[in-house]
Design a protein around this ligand. Structure first.
Ligand SMILES: N[C@@H](CCC(=O)N[C@@H](CS)C(=O)NCC(=O)O)C(=O)O
Length: 230
């Protein structure tokens, strides 16, 4: 098997998508975390957009863009997570292409500077949730997007649904309860061990402190980090 190194910022949701796929495939990899505000030269030399994730293969090839990385991994590391049926694959890819829009609608409120901007961002969540609710209704049974079998599209959405729950616990949003299929899917994804790169409570606290540091409207609702026990 090839040697893989996944370059990451600890709280990056796009990295998380690729880490999930490596874990789903039980594929050993080096998880190399770097700081966003101190990107080393070796990283800048291999990442064309200076972004994470980058997947280095056998110390020589580097791949970028989480969807491209995940499609590559699915072609070379068994088991195949994309559906076997080409129509289902196309549907799965189409919904994976919707993730950037979904992500900015669902987590946009985290960046809003004022209450007005926050309320406007929150108002975008129901439309994004409704589209997924209808897609899940068409797909059928759950618990995952394609039914019992976990797929690439599940990994594509999991980090953003996780952040919705984080935001909802900082300042209640109360949206997902109105979309029962989406809620059940999101809960199945949160219960899946592969979703988690770090112990869940520790990771949520990392996310909360990022929000606090951001100085957005939401920051005021996050308590400062607890001092380490003496
Ligand atoms: N479309 C990219 C998005 C990657 C991305 O936006 N990564 C962020 C971190 S979460 C990043 O590296 N940002 C640094 C920058 O924009 O300079 C993917 O799917 O891999």
């Amino acid at each position: 098997m090839a040697k893989y190194m996944l370059v990451s910022f600890k709280t990056c949701p796009w990295v998380q998508r690729s880490a999930i796929i490596l874990r789903e495939k039980n594929c050993p990899f080096e998880f190399r975390h770097i700081e966003s505000d101190n990107r080393p030269d070796w990283f800048l030399a291999i990442s064309p957009h200076k972004k994470v994730p980058v997947l280095q293969v056998d110390d020589r090839i580097t791949l970028f863009e989480s969807s491209a990385i995940n499609e590559y991994l699915d072609e070379v590391v068994p088991p195949q997570l994309h559906p076997a049926d080409p129509i289902q694959r196309a549907i799965n890819r189409a919904w994976t292409d919707y993730v950037p829009t979904f992500a900015s609608s669902v987590t946009g409120c985290a960046y809003a500077a004022t209450k007005e901007a926050y309320d406007a961002a929150v108002a975008k969540i129901p439309d994004a949730f409704d589209r997924l609710e209808k897609a899940l209704e068409k797909q059928g049974s759950g618990p995952f997007f394609n039914g019992a079998k976990y797929s690439l599209v599940d990994a594509a959405y999991a980090p953003f649904l996780q952040r919705y729950f984080f935001l909802d616990r900082i300042h209640p949003l109360g949206q997902i309860e109105k979309f029962p299929r989406l809620k059940a899917w999101a809960e199945a994804l949160m219960a899946r061990p592969s979703t988690h790169s770090f112990p869940p409570a520790e990771f949520e606290e990392m996310y909360r402190q990022n929000i606090r540091r951001r100085g957005s409207y939401l920051s005021q609702f996050v308590e400062p980090a607890k001092a380490a026990a003496e």
